[in-house]
Design a protein around this ligand. Structure first.
Ligand code: GDP
Ligand code: MG
Length: 207
């Protein structure tokens, strides 16, 4: 049998960029429109201290490579946006991270850059980081690299809304500077989702 190794993967990024949806697509090949957010955090304030509980979903999924199998242990976090000081708990010992932003929301790329900087500063050295621009389906046909050359079809496609606010070029240039893997995905259509996880698996050194 092929050698198999477990790899801890954490998801980081602004709320609602689609972290949980990417995991759901990768693990179950499913998507839920307007899905409820992962149960976030509860704070309880007794007399003189604050107790905070934050939930994280834990899922596993295998990725079969030609020479080995990678078993991802996926930590999908919720609430870390509000409780950034607890984030190190999640990414401790992580060998890989998906830092996700929403291509229609510039603030989410700013947030993603903060996470990348924090991981580079605090996480395990050699961690494989992928920057992922999600909601590619909202970019509209004009942004798709399709092989369609039929001009009549292109005219009608012009009616569809393009909500992209961050260019591929801009994010890619940043990713290259920082040595990150980079993909644009859609959890909704499934585009590139498998590819991201495979690229991470391939980038994990054999040990
Ligand atoms: P999280 O807070 O980062 O875990 O984000 P969620 O996975 O909960 O997704 C937030 C919202 O965005 C939900 O309503 C999802 O249905 C939606 N969503 C997630 N991924 C995509 C995507 O690729 N395309 C579109 N159009 N919507 C998405
Ligand atoms: Mg979530």
């Amino acid at each position: 049998p092929k050698p198999s190794s477990s790899v801890k993967l954490v998801l980081l990024g602004e709320a609602a960029v689609g972290k949980s949806s990417l995991v759901l697509r990768f693990v179950n090949d499913d998507f839920q429109e307007n899905k409820e957010p992962t149960i976030g955090a509860w704070s309880h304030r007794p007399s003189n201290f604050t107790l905070t509980l934050i939930s994280a979903a834990f899922l596993t999924q295998k990725c079969n490579l030609p020479t080995r199998t990678i078993k991802f242990e996926i930590w999908d976090t919720a609430g870390q946006e509000r409780f950034a000081s607890l984030a190190p708990m999640y990414y401790r010992n992580a060998q890989s991270a998906l830092v996700v932003y929403d291509i229609t929301k510039p603030s989410s790329l700013t947030k993603a850059k903060h996470w990348v900087a924090e991981l580079q500063r605090q996480a395990s050295p050699g961690i494989v980081i992928a920057l992922v621009g999600n909601k590619l389906d909202l970019a509209g046909p004009a942004n798709e690299e399709s092989g369609v050359t039929d001009t009549e079809e292109e005219e009608t496609q012009g009616d569809e809304e393009n909500r992209r606010a961050i260019s591929t070029q801009e994010a890619k240039a940043y990713a290259e500077e920082e040595g990150l893997l980079f993909y644009e995905t859609s959890a909704k259509t499934g585009e590139n989702v498998q590819t991201v996880f495979e690229a991470i698996a391939n980038a994990i050194p054999e040990s």
